[in-house]
Design a binder for this molecule. Structure first.
Ligand SMILES: *[C@@H]1O[C@H](CO)[C@@H](O)[C@H](O)[C@H]1NC(C)=O
Ligand SMILES: *[C@@H]1O[C@H](CO)[C@@H](O)[C@H](O)[C@H]1NC(C)=O
Length: 473
């Protein structure tokens, strides 16, 4: 017993220690209020399904004697929830309080007495002072999606006033008392189950969270929650894994997320923090998939460029090339040597990418003759932006440094190739990378969610998207 408790504790400690999130989605009070609007519409709809059973029985009334009665076809014609409030309950979830709610019901009555006298008519009931309160617990399910449940629901009906149409006045007294009581009971019994049902009705929507968001044929991003939501007085945080994986092969990146904390801004409904870890896990995954390499050929160089990928141009800088391989076209293989590294500093997103560039002369029979191998260290600035439900980027070259790896054409001054390689990066490689980055990477999202006026800022170790949201259906 003591041992198993210890093991459980160790397991808890080790998971909490190793599980910094890569991505955090924060719901603010503004977001909660928007959620309340949607929720109240749903609850109002549910409450319309209140069903009051038929009543029938008999009652002895002097001096008439036994009166058989029945109340049937009682239905809700209107329900109003004018006053409601939602508040975060630290550590638990959301408290929903509804006050001054009302309902109007309509039904038919029928009586039979003195053996032969029958009478019937209709009635209206006004239920007022209806109050409901419940706590919505927010947790993480087995798939890492949020799941909600209503706990401690309490409903009270202050009064139910009955108004009869038709019939003798003594009937009113007969019915009013017990209709009042029966209705209050029936309503009190039904309201909380309907509230619970409304809350549970959110779960299918929460299940649409893209815990495994497909990016392309190589990669997907995992957005499952790594722990239960962190709920404070002002915010509800969903801490997610935020890691890129090769599709079908979930190998952990050889680095872990650094801890970060979100600013206490609350102008937007939602904030999403995407860590440098998330971006770097993308670099790891694409590098492992072997797609961070590119053959650059002359047809990829703009027509107007004075530099051509041939032995004539390169022969200007390295005469041995023109001498050994006259009149040949060339080809460059640019391949990432390590995983590119993304660094987020306030207002500054930089990618450090080190590549190996191998230059070949293309022989007339198609054989590639290697000329030299260069190590290229580049620092590129990333402009990151939100497009629909994606985060996308655009790179521009910052700095570049060349060094010689191997030469098959004798000694030469590497610095002389600087401008050619810079041109190749600027007009060929980076534009191709930008086409990929421009397609974007899916953000965590629920169902038919749209981002309204999203803004992205680069913070230390993460980027922060502040946005309002709108659900369409
Ligand atoms: C951005 O950060 C990188 C290092 O991470 C630095 O080299 C570069 O100068 C910075 N750029 C600006 C505009 O501050
Ligand atoms: C292709 O041409 C080169 C240079 O003329 C020669 O060295 C090589 O053996 C040729 N290869 C083939 C497969 O014919």
């Amino acid at each position: 017993m003591a041992l198993s408790l210890l093991l459980v504790l160790l397991a808890v400690v080790s998971t909490t220690l190793s599980m910094n999130p890569g991505v955090t989605v924060r719901l603010t009070n503004k977001g909660l209020q928007y959620g309340k609007q949607l929720g109240m519409d749903a609850l109002q709809g549910q409450l319309k399904s209140v069903q009051i059973p038929d009543f029938s029985g008999s009652q002895r009334v002097s001096p008439i004697g036994k009166v058989k009665y029945s109340l049937t076809n009682i239905r809700l014609v209107n329900v109003g929830l004018p006053k409601s409030a939602v508040d975060l309950v630290p550590g638990t979830g959301v408290k929903l309080t509804i006050g001054d709610a009302f309902m109007n019901l309509h039904g038919n009555w029928r009586v039979k007495y003195l053996r032969i006298i029958k009478d019937s008519g209709s009635f209206d009931v006004g239920v007022t002072g209806l109050s409901i309160s419940t706590t919505v617990a927010v947790k993480s399910d087995q798939t890492g999606r949020p799941v909600v449940s209503s706990t401690n629901c309490v409903a009270n009906v202050a009064s139910a006033k009955v108004k009869f149409h038709g019939g003798a006045s003594w009937l009113y007294n007969l019915f009013s008392k017990f209709i009042n009581k029966a209705l209050r009971n029936a309503l009190q019994k039904q309201i909380c189950p309907l509230v619970d049902k409304t809350v549970a009705g959110l779960n299918p929507k929460l299940k649409t969270l893209n815990v495994l968001a497909k990016v392309d044929k190589y990669a997907e991003i995992e957005y499952s929650m790594v722990s239960s939501p962190a709920i404070s007085q002002a915010t509800l945080d969903l801490n997610m894994k935020g890691e890129f994986y090769n599709i079908g092969k979930h190998q952990e990146a050889p680095f872990t997320p650094a801890a970060y904390s979100l600013p206490s801004e609350n102008n937007n409904m939602l904030y999403m923090a995407l860590s440098a870890f998330t971006a770097n896990s993308a670099g790891f995954v694409y590098n492992k998939a072997g797609v961070l390499s590119l053959y650059v050929t002359d047809d990829m160089v703009p027509k107007g460029s004075p530099f051509r990928l041939n032995t004539k141009t390169f022969g200007i800088f390295i005469p041995e090339i023109a001498k050994q391989y006259p009149g040949l076209m060339m080809k460059l293989l640019v391949r990432a040597e390590q995983n590119p590294t993304v660094t987020f500093q306030p207002k500054n997103a930089t990618v450090q990418a080190n590549a190996m560039v191998t230059a070949y002369a293309i022989q007339p029979n198609g054989t590639l003759s290697p000329l030299f191998v260069l190590n290229l260290e580049s620092s590129v600035s990333a402009n990151v932006f939100v497009r629909e439900l994606n985060v996308a980027g655009r790179l521009t070259l910052n700095q570049m440094k060349l060094s010689l790896g191997t030469s098959y054409v004798g000694q030469f001054d590497v610095g002389s190739l600087d401008s050619v390689l810079r041109m190749v990066l600027k007009v060929v490689v980076i534009p191709i990378v930008n086409v990929q980055l421009g397609k974007g990477y899916p953000l965590p999202a629920l169902g038919k969610m749209n981002l309204v006026n999203p803004q992205l800022q680069i913070m230390k170790d993460y980027m922060l998207i502040g946005t309002d949201v709108q659900f369409t259906g």
